[in-house]
Write a protein that binds this ligand. Sequence first.
Ligand SMILES: [Zn+2]
Length: 224
Amino acid sequence: MRSETSNETRLREDICRFGRSLFERGLTPGSSGNISVKIDDGGWLVTPTNASLGFLDPAKLSRLDRGGRLVSGDAPTKEVPLHAALYDTRGSARAIVHLHSTHSVALTMLPEIDPRAALPPMTAYYLMKCGATALVPYYRPGDPAVADAIKGLAGKYSSVLLANHGPVVAGDTLEAAVFATEELEETAKLYLLLRGMNPRYLSPEQVTDLVKVFGVALPEQGHQ
Ligand SMILES: [Zn+2]
């Protein structure tokens, strides 16, 4: 039992440390964005409602049981259904990061975006960390209907963009989810920088090579 307790203490500190880092670099403003991490008993830790990721208190994080009920801490973010849906469909996910990061949000409003491959294969690291990224339609924040949209992706995507809202990214660890979210934001920034300039993306052969060498998992419809 001692190891579980110290593990939870470490996870609480990690959520606050990564949250502060994301906030201080301008990756999610004000009290936007939220982070969750699964704990060993099947429950999870999640950032509270109206909390800035820059100023989180480890002791006040919301602790939910495996059914999503609040066990201790402040009331959880109203975007819990978003996290729950991604956990439900991505069995290996242990952490989820959701931000209102500027370039990723901007990308969702462009008319040409393919909802099954929101970004072209621009860099190797984007493919390795994010795979393909899905785009789901706009929902009011906290609308439980967003869960159905996420479930409709059938767990094929670890990175999802919510239209006019922001990215939500799952990872095997909190660090992996944070790094993938950062990679998504930087790739969205590259896309916007190059839009209309006829850039040269990775070729299908180069993508196939990455899939082979690094085991990149791409949904069937992504990056054709
Ligand atoms: Zn949000």
